[in-house]
Design a protein around this ligand. Structure first.
Ligand code: M6R
Length: 364
């Protein structure tokens, strides 16, 4: 049931404040300001390396997690898409945790990668939205998202719920490694708990984004740029747009533009820049200005401070609530999803059932 929404995708975008809060309830305790996990049957503090494997949007959630695990827990992370991981003979040493992320828990490549990692002696952690799925059954450490059934082929609420679980996992790992003191843990809990309200704040820009979609819909190609955890978000934005609007889109690390892709820039290629104010803001803005100097039309997604500092000269801006960098990827996922959605509606595509795609890819 779509409720009063035109598509399942839009309904699912709007469910995010509730389902992210629901998911966080299992992983953060406001009462004693602690992050918590279901107790693994192995010692988290002994994990020496994490290997993350997934496909599509779930893979991009994994990319964000790589930044978090390395930054907070100082644990080395390897990450790959499942279809590559399976066949490249990856080296997995003892004491490794292999982490699989999947909405459905049935994606054939991810499941095969899981079984391969197990045969190589890795502990298996699974972030999955369908608790009865095959991957859920095969996990040593099951970390469910509580997004509820996701019907739209384009993944939305599963992604933000995956990020919520992965942030909590990163904090748990950091604590187990002695790298998160109680004061820092309390801060993590506080920031994560702010996510649902911030998502609500982001949803308030739906109409503005709908109006802006008219600027993107005529384009043949669209680029997305971001740095740090906003880089995977740029990739996710491009995937979402391709998948449901059939417009060609690519995501790049903002700093990579000058190594090639900037040659694509002209007034016909809109560039979506994802840049919350924070430590990497100035760097991203200078990449944005390189694009503008070549006639590129920029849409800047930032917060009030960011837009004040760098919004002049942009084709359009989207103002997000000001949030802590930890939850920025969760909150900035919303405008990225809404933009793809409204462009697709303008293009008249079948938003919930885009051509050539299935909700769950159970063949290799
Ligand atoms: O069920 P999974 O999370 O394993 O699915 C992985 C991908 O097939 C999925 O995320 C796909 O990329 C989505 N359609 C993207 O919106």
């Amino acid at each position: 049931d779509k409720g009063n929404h035109r598509h399942f995708m839009l309904k699912e975008i709007y469910e995010q404040p509730i389902v992210v809060a629901q998911t966080l309830k299992s992983y953060v305790r406001r009462l004693d300001d602690q992050v918590s996990l279901p107790t693994p049957d192995f010692d988290l503090s002994a994990i020496r390396r994490v290997t993350i494997v997934a496909c599509g949007t779930s893979y991009y959630a994994g990319m964000v997690a790589k930044y978090w695990f390395e930054q907070f827990a100082r644990v080395p992370v390897d990450i790959d898409v499942a279809s590559e991981f399976r066949y490249r003979q990856p080296v997995m040493e003892d004491g490794g945790l292999a982490l699989f992320i999947s909405q459905s828990g049935e994606t054939a490549d991810t499941l095969a990668a899981l079984r391969h990692a197990r045969s190589e002696g890795q502990k298996i952690a699974v972030v999955v939205n369908v608790p009865t799925s095959t991957m859920a059954r095969e996990a040593d450490l099951l970390l469910p998202t509580h997004a509820g059934p996701e019907i739209g082929v384009a993944s939305t609420k599963a992604f933000t719920c995956q990020l919520a679980v992965l942030a909590a996992l990163a904090a748990n790992l950091a604590r187990a490694k002695g790298r998160l003191d109680p004061r820092e843990e309390k801060e993590v809990v506080r920031h994560l708990s702010e996510a649902p309200a911030a998502i609500n704040g982001a949803l308030a820009y739906d109409e503005a984004i709908e109006a802006m979609a008219h600027l993107i819909a005529p384009a043949r190609d669209v680029l997305y740029l971001g740095r740090g955890t906003d880089y995977p978000l740029a990739l996710e934005g491009a995937l979402k747009l391709k998948e449901i609007s059939y417009i060609h889109a690519e995501g790049y690390a903002a700093g990579e533009m000058k190594h090639g892709p900037i040659a694509l820039i002209d007034e016909n290629v809109p560039v979506i820049v994802i840049a919350p104010s924070g430590p990497l803001f100035d760097k991203t803005v200078s990449n944005m200005q390189e694009v503008q100097a070549r006639g590129g039309k920029v849409v800047l997604i930032s917060d009030y401070d960011g837009i004040q500092a760098a919004g002049d000269g942009c084709m359009a801006t989207i103002t997000m609530p000001k949030v802590h960098p930890l939850i920025a990827p969760i909150v900035y996922a919303i405008p990225v999803q809404l933009l793809a959605y409204h462009v697709a509606v303008l293009k008249g595509t079948d938003v919930d059932q885009p051509r050539n795609l299935a909700k769950s890819v159970t063949v290799e």
